[in-house]
Design a protein around this ligand. Sequence first.
Ligand SMILES: Nc1ncnc2c1ncn2[C@@H]1O[C@H](COP(=O)(O)OP(=O)(O)OP(=O)(O)O)[C@@H](O)[C@H]1O
Ligand SMILES: [Mg+2]
Length: 322
Amino acid sequence: MRVAFVGKGGSGKTTLSSLFARYAATSARVVAIDADINQHLALVLGAEPPRPLGGMLTELKDHLRGDNPRIASAAAMVKTTPPGRGSRLVTLDDPFFPSAEVEGLRLMVTGPFNESDLGVACYHSKVGAVELYLNHLVDGRGEYVVVDMTAGADSFASGMFTKFDVTFLVVEPTRQGVSVYHQYKEYAAEFDVTIAVVGNKIQTAGDRAFLREQVGPDLLTCLDHSPAVRAMEQGRSFTLNDLEPGNLAGLQTLLDRVDAAEKDWAKFGRQAHEFHLRNAHAWANKATGHDLAEQIDPDFIFGNVALESETQAAGGRLWLAL
Ligand SMILES: Nc1ncnc2c1ncn2[C@@H]1O[C@H](COP(=O)(O)OP(=O)(O)OP(=O)(O)O)[C@@H](O)[C@H]1O
Ligand SMILES: [Mg+2]
């Protein structure tokens, strides 16, 4: 299952991504991905950042396109290019993707936006590495990919926000926080994206009541302002055992929400194709000199079925090689 944390700058996306990933990792396989322009997730998790995915786009494209005949080269592959027959699908423990092991989870990062990128690239091209990963990922129940997203409405600027089973919108109990919620709700409705609101940094019963009143049934749960998180920010060591019981219960509510989500591979495939066509028309056809609509394989079936048939094909190839 894939989960994104989005929200206003400073609302707590990185904090909640890291807490949720740690919490889920106590009983399941977890990949946490830092896809924010300000890379903080490794720091919060206490890990050395692994090699950034954003710096290995060509390798990654060559890996993922496998022997899909519709994708002639890495240069013809763009961030929205969907998998088709012959593409290489990935699972959570795929060793191709550089990661750091920390607290029982795998951390992957897009990498920072360097000064050398100014004027020649935008951060979306780095985040494109995650979009490609998510497009080719076959995940199931009981395993979680947790993505810490860019602040603000920027996370809606690419098709990436359609790649998740649940998107957690982190909202502080302020008018500004609530106005971001309204904005995101509109985007989410337009694109059939499942969002759930997580109140954060709650200090008083009044804070909680404010969010309940303003957000209504979209409010899934609230996490309190946490002295344990603050202590961690001040450099003290931190484990989940240090987290307040109410906040641990909040994390369990998030996990339950993800587990209750329906895995809809047909919708995922539809949206992947839709965003690829949009992207092709907007700039990618011109940039690559190809008609990228041809990359869509109408007979490819997204999801576990695809992985099974790929494994069978690989088995067949092995058998032929012998
Ligand atoms: N529940 C909480 N209790 C205490 N402090 C918190 C809590 N949630 C977040 N914070 C603190 O608020 C600050 C901002 O949090 P965080 O960095 O997670 O936000 P963000 O949304 O990822 O920000 P950015 O948009 O800059 O990426 C940090 O100092 C963090 O420790
Ligand atoms: Mg952050």
